[in-house]
Design a protein around this ligand. Sequence first.
Ligand code: PEP
Ligand code: MN
Length: 337
Amino acid sequence: MIIVLKRDATQDDIDHVVEKIKVTGLAVHISKGKERTIIGVIGDEALLSSIPLEALPGVENVMPILKPYKLVSREFRKENTVIEVRGVRIGDAEVQVIAGPCSVESRDSLIECARQVQASGARILRGGAFKPRTSPYDFQGLGVDGLKFLSEARKATGMPIVSELMDPRDTETFAEYVDIIQIGARNMQNFRLLTEVGKAKKPVLLKRGLSATIKEFLMSAEYIAAQGNSRIILCERGIRTFETSTRNTLDLSAVPVLKEETHLPVFVDPSHSAGRWALVAPLARAAVAVGADGLMIEVHPDPENALCDGAQSLKPSKFAALMDELRKVAAAVGRSC
Ligand code: PEP
Ligand code: MN
């Protein structure tokens, strides 16, 4: 249920409503927008039946949330959520680009890559340290050393860093090193992991599962939000279909659908969708045109010798050219890049 407060509701009014709800044992989630405050109550609404909520001072309206996802729904919060990470505003007018190698391979190559993508306009650095590889014989990442190199690259460039967490036992380590915790497609429904990152109070980049519906995707985001962490970035990265000419099928319609359904920022990863570097630029342009708040793009100084996903990685020069094109597309849809 959501309780919409009047524009002129005072802090005392808000505290009074919250107190009334808390005595029933239910938890509240408060969302303070520019215009008004909304109080969300998740749980058994029958417990509130004896409280005349509509009659409390400052209350304008009491409404049920009809969607199965509550806290992440547009019903709960009309305004877009903007997540600020080290001065980078995600979900605002500027389309933000996360770029970097699939995996962190060495300290020097990572810092070189970070400097190059930053010079082209990327604002956030990516790099996998714990890699979810299909084969146990493939490169699995540098582990904690990879996280250390990422934090050195942050120190060298000032860019916030994002890396994928695969095991709930590593959550504290990630919270210590990275600015944004990535949950990969393969773990989108690892509910223990989602609960742990919800508690970690760090922004989370949640990637859509390989065969997940949009509803399932949002239910996974709800797991994180239910722990009190609503700083969630959703990332469409292609889904499994019968089509084999691309690694995955980029579901561009997911972007406007998600923008309707949720207040969270929506990103697109054209690299893992396409699986081939030549398709990355057209898909990235399309993603910005369709309303994505940001992109995640794999860039490698020497893709031919990359330890992971070289075929879909852009060379830094190609990435620079793409950023020039994206600025034009962003301007055409009333945004910057
Ligand atoms: C990644 O971004 O490094 C990755 C493994 O992507 P996904 O989880 O979307 O496959
Ligand atoms: Mn990759």
